[in-house]
Write a protein that binds this ligand. Structure first.
Ligand SMILES: CC(C)(COP(=O)(O)OP(=O)(O)OC[C@H]1O[C@@H](n2cnc3c(N)ncnc32)[C@H](O)[C@@H]1OP(=O)(O)O)[C@@H](O)C(=O)NCCC(=O)NCCS
Length: 187
């Protein structure tokens, strides 16, 4: 039994099946809404179109904590922006409160800052804002999100957080104070 916990990262297509299965199982239990209807047998963690990049801690084949950075395009006030977002953030209960997710959020920030996105965005429950703000994410007060083809407002208590990355970040954040953020689908 391996007990030393190591940082690993993989592009989606290279994520070992044993680790992917643990991420998927966690998602299916914690966020069941993403696994209904035609997604009942979903075998992807984030849609491959979002080019997920997995950052994780594992002890051998045992997953401890995981996060994936996805890349997509959103529109605000009629302008398109390339955004990167940490999602599927999870730590198995036995390892919580030891800073694993915080370290993965910091690693995600380093990756996003070094990438080509216009801006970083994520949503989280109000109780988790501290986890992300410690790593440099900022609350976008009052921001609304329109998701899906029908553009129905994402009714949720989640908070939208942003991180300035490229030169268009300031325009994105200013526009977000006036207009909703439109996303093709929730991620
Ligand atoms: C949220 C989660 C990933 C945190 O993982 P973790 O490895 O324990 O996180 P860390 O040890 O790095 O940081 C813990 C911090 O997260 C925050 N936090 C985590 N869970 C919390 C909760 N239920 N209520 C309040 N704060 C919480 C606190 O700010 C805490 O800070 P502290 O160490 O100063 O107390 C983990 O609890 C989890 O998997 N939860 C279920 C899935 C989930 O909600 N994912 C986040 C989606 S945005």
């Amino acid at each position: 039994m391996q007990t030393n916990i190591e940082f690993r990262e993989w592009a989606d297509e290279h994520l070992p099946e044993v680790l992917k299965a643990q991420v998927l199982s966690f998602l299916r239990i914690i966020w069941p809404d993403g696994f209904t209807g035609s997604n009942r047998f979903r075998d992807w963690t984030s849609h491959p179109d979002l080019r997920p990049h997995h950052l994780l801690y594992a002890a051998g084949s045992q997953l401890v904590s995981h996060l994936e950075v996805v890349t997509t395009t959103v529109s605000v006030g009629g302008e398109n922006y390339v955004v990167q977002s940490p999602t599927a953030v999870m730590t198995f209960p036995a390892f919580r409160g030891e800073g694993w997710a915080g370290r993965l959020v910091a690693a995600a920030v380093a990756r996003i800052d070094a990438g080509q996105a216009d801006v970083g965005v994520l949503t989280c429950g109000p109780h988790l804002v501290d986890l992300y703000s410690r790593a440099g994410w900022e609350i976008a007060p009052g921001a609304t999100i329109l998701a899906g083809e029908d553009g129905s407002t994402w009714v949720s208590d989640d908070v939208l957080l942003t991180r300035s990355v490229g030169p268009r970040s300031a325009a994105f954040k200013a526009s977000l104070r006036e207009h909703p953020m439109r996303v093709a689908d929730e991620w």
